[in-house]
Design a protein around this ligand. Structure first.
Ligand SMILES: [Zn+2]
Length: 382
């Protein structure tokens, strides 16, 4: 049987590099086994320019006023800092930013007061944060009381609950704090009673947990950032272990409004997130830092975003104003084969999804307004 031949060859030669068939290759090519006549470039040196001539539609400003549900602006404690951020937001048509670098107690109050005293009080929403260090008996009730006080003070949600929760945060007894630790049940139930969103970032891309070999899609990124390697099972749980804990947590608190950061790291498997949406009516998710996955599957991602248009929020994560227009271009245009802004996230090109206006409106602000009922609707189209 001919199709067995390449696999058999690979097994026989058993060596790396030139002898191994590449992805999608069905038989050895005539040049197989040859060495290039010139030293091959390394992964960072090879930057071929595209010769493709096709339409270019840059989108410096979002088509509709936008809410960034996953904002990490500099601390909003001075009038100057607030004015600088607002100027950048204006140029992008970012109408409102959720400060997802949550703060609690006095730090929260100071930022709320600074924003309220500025001419831009309707441009920011503050979230509270949970202190999940040294959780032990009684922590859940205490955390829930702090949460309720912060919401009374003016916070409109919880989060961002960082990836340390689940990955590395320890309980007072030294064991890993699991996402579904029952001690924290009072916190999630309090959020449900107050009808506020809980914005949670669980784990990181699955490749950060997978063997770091030359088949890993995020090899370069992990080679650059030691803190993104979670292969050591004596220190970190497996990706699927975290997903299972997360799913049990969500299932146990179906009345809590969960907002999963980064499409739950399922942007590379949208059907999986779709099944979660189907079974959990109170689940939402935002699109921060996974543009490279949407933009490489423009047809599937477009279908997905249309099907789940009531559950998706715009979010950017790190506040780099010059990066937002890449999001607008992917969501709003049908442009083809254009560059992403970080080579270590994605060495491939992006394509536009050309989302219809009603879907864009929900993604950019409509769904966020649903979760933030105290925000004034007046700046947003109906
Ligand atoms: Zn974040």
């Amino acid at each position: 049987m001919r199709w067995l031949l390449p696999a058999a060859l690979t097994l026989l030669t058993g060596t790396l590099s030139a002898q191994q068939l590449g992805p999608g290759q069905i038989r050895p090519r005539p040049a197989e086994g040859r060495d290039p006549e010139f030293p091959p470039p390394n992964i960072r040196e090879y930057q071929p320019r595209s010769t493709l001539v096709t339409g270019v539609h840059l989108v410096p400003r979002a088509k509709f006023p936008t809410i960034d549900f996953h904002g990490h602006p500099p601390a909003l404690t001075s009038a100057e800092a607030i004015a600088t951020i607002v100027a950048a937001m204006d140029s992008l048509n970012l109408r409102l930013m959720v400060n997802a670098s949550g703060s609690s107690g006095e730090r929260l109050t100071r930022q709320l007061e600074a924003v309220a005293a500025s001419p831009h009080k309707d441009r920011f929403v503050m979230f509270t944060t949970l202190d999940l260090r040294n959780v032990g008996p009684g922590s859940g009730v205490k955390n829930a009381a702090e949460l309720e006080a912060d919401i009374k003070a003016g916070a409109m949600g919880v989060g961002e609950i960082g990836k340390g929760f689940g990955l590395s945060t320890r309980r007072a007894d030294g064991t890993r704090l699991k996402l579904d630790d029952p001690e924290l049940d009072p916190v999630w139930e309090t959020a449900a009673r107050l009808k506020i969103p809980v914005f949670i970032h669980v784990a990181d891309p699955s490749e950060f947990f997978a063997p770091l070999d030359y088949h890993n899609e995020r090899w370069l990124e992990q080679a650059l950032y030691a803190s993104r390697r979670y292969q050591d099972r004596t220190r970190f749980p497996a990706f699927e272990e975290l997903m299972a804990e997360r799913d049990r947590l969500f299932a146990r608190h179906p009345r809590t409004i969960w907002v999963l950061a980064h499409l739950g790291w399922h942007a590379n498997d949208l059907a999986r997130l779709g099944r979660m949406f189907d079974s959990m009516p109170n689940l939402y998710s935002e699109v921060g830092a996974i543009l490279y996955d949407l933009g490489r599957q423009p047809r599937g991602a477009r279908d997905f975003m249309i099907k789940y248009q009531d559950r998706l929020l715009f979010g950017k994560d790190s506040f780099q104003p010059d990066e937002y227009p890449y999001y607008w271009r992917v969501f709003e245009t049908f442009d083809e084969y254009f560059d992403y802004y970080r080579d270590y996230h994605a060495f491939w090109k992006l394509y536009g999804l050309g989302l219809p206006d009603p879907v864009l409106k929900k993604l950019y602000y409509g769904n966020a307004l649903k979760l933030l009922p105290a925000v004034s609707r007046s700046a947003f189209p109906r």
